[in-house]
Design a protein around this ligand. Structure first.
Ligand SMILES: Nc1ncnc2c1ncn2[C@@H]1O[C@H](COP(=O)(O)OP(=O)(O)OP(=O)(O)O)[C@@H](O)[C@H]1O
Ligand SMILES: [Mg+2]
Length: 438
């Protein structure tokens, strides 16, 4: 598993080590060059110091300090080419061919030499390049020790800082671990780095939304159970009456009530299912081109018998093809509930008109009736679940308009309640963009 902690430490410590190595290598190169220049100059100085010497003893008493420590060898030849002096008995180096500074090979080693001629004598001062290198290395070793200590201290500081910087993340992880679907406590937002604060704020917002959705869901289930209890109690009661009834009349009455109880329960279950399908959280179903004209025709033919029984004229006005890209089931539930309401709440002899038309970017669906209408102050409330206004009759369950509103929201549309042209009745106007879903 990937760990930010480990990744950061690995990156920073690698960068630190690479820097240390680079500093070491570049210092070595620099120091070596400086030392070489310095020793070349020293070769020249030593040669000069031997130039004016009158006599040379082939057996010197002892090598001087610089000769011992820094590996210099001084050789002197007389005009006939005979070696008359050497500072190291056991070191025989060839003579360079020309005067000046040279690098020559002798044995397995490279030597740096300086040769001068004076009054027929030749003086050559040499130094082994291996000796030079050893001196550069020992110098670098001494300078690198404090650098290495500083880098080790830096590594420890980096380790502590990285651990410390990541503690807010651990705190959040612990906070999230304590959460459960039943207790969505917001995570603490104080003392958080700016990089993490937006994430925590967003999480808290989502928890809040989730908690809200849970509450709504719980209330909905409780309301639904409560609403279902009424028709089921009535059904049980009527069944008992039916069992005990002796007369035909009593039996028919009980059967009638039983039928309406079953219808009511069936209606409630149907409405609950329809609502569950169009809720904003519900997954998207088939999205395709839907002909509103066909939907209206189907719904009107389904409900025309109920309208006719009530003496209500049900008509559609859709002269042009009205087509929308959307969810057929949601659109059907939406129009069907509006027509159902219009027929249900309009008195016999009334009229219900369903209109569908196009505007430049939207389609407009209107359902107008000649019923009692809804007072202005009550209009917003009828979209709430299980809210039936002043109605107490057993014919509805108060979910129709909630279904309508959810379907409108799913299609990014708008809904408005108003009066018809005569000032009476209710006119519901829905506007839906023609290509709302993606
Ligand atoms: N066309 C209308 N005319 C008058 N009142 C209406 C009309 N449409 C709805 N209402 C009022 O709004 C309330 C809510 O309507 P909604 O369709 O949500 O529930 P319902 O019709 O009571 O039950 P159901 O879920 O079975 O449709 C109704 O009870 C009624 O009081
Ligand atoms: Mg209704």
């Amino acid at each position: 598993m990937r760990s930010i902690n480990r990744q950061l430490l690995a990156l920073l410590l690698t960068a630190l080590t690479v820097s240390a190595v680079l500093i070491g290598v570049s210092s070595y190169m620099e120091v070596h060059e400086e030392i070489s220049e310095l020793f070349d100059y020293q070769l020249y100085q030593i040669a000069l110091s031997h130039r004016d010497q009158k006599t040379f003893d082939l057996q010197p008493a002892a090598a001087s300090d610089y000769e011992k420590d820094e590996g210099f060898t001084v050789q002197v030849w007389d005009p006939s080419g005979t070696l008359i002096y050497t500072s190291r008995q056991n070191t025989t180096l060839p003579r360079a061919t020309t005067t000046g500074l040279h690098t020559i090979s002798a044995g397995n080693e490279q030597w740096r030499v300086y040769l001068i001629s004076h009054l027929g004598r030749t003086i050559q001062v040499s130094q082994s390049l291996t000796a030079r290198q050893e001196m550069s290395v020992s110098f670098i070793q001494r300078t690198m020790i404090p650098i290495c200590i500083i880098f080790a201290v830096l590594a420890v500081i980096i380790w502590i800082v990285v651990r410390h910087a990541l503690t807010p993340l651990n705190r959040i992880a612990n906070g999230v671990a304590r959460l459960s679907p039943t207790s969505l406590e917001p995570l603490p937002e104080h003392d958080l780095p700016v990089e993490i604060l937006p994430l925590v704020k967003r999480l808290n917002y989502l928890f809040d939304q989730l908690g809200h959705a849970f509450d709504i869901q719980k209330r909905f289930v409780a309301d639904a159970a409560h609403e279902l209890r009424t028709p089921l109690t009535a059904i049980t009661l009527q069944l008992r009456i039916l069992e005990q009834s002796s007369g035909e009349e009593e039996r028919i009455e009980a059967l009638d009530k039983l039928k309406s109880g079953v219808n009511r329960a069936a209606r409630l279950v149907g409405q609950l299912l329809a609502l569950a399908r169009v809720e904003p959280e519900a997954p998207r179903f088939t999205i395709r081109e839907v002909s509103i004209n066909s939907l209206v025709t189907e719904i009107i033919s389904e409900q025309s018998r109920i309208a006719a029984d009530k003496g209500i004229t049900l008509a559609a006005q859709d002269d042009e093809p009205v087509i929308i890209t959307g969810e057929p089931d949601a659109l059907r539930a939406m129009i069907s509930n509006l027509v159902d309401n219009a027929i249900r709440y309009t008195l016999p002899g009334g009229k219900v008109d369903v209109t569908a038309r196009n505007t430049e970017r939207t389609v407009v669906i209107e359902v107008a009736d000649t019923g009692p209408g809804i007072p202005l102050e009550k209009r917003e409330l009828i979209f709430d679940r299980f809210n039936r206004g002043q109605r107490t009759d057993a014919t509805g369950c108060g979910l129709g308009m909630a279904i309508v509103k959810s379907a409108v929201i799913r299609h990014d549309g708008s809904i408005a309640l108003g009066e018809t042209a005569t000032g009476k009745g209710l006119k519901v106007t829905i506007k839906l963009p023609r290509y709302p879903l993606n």
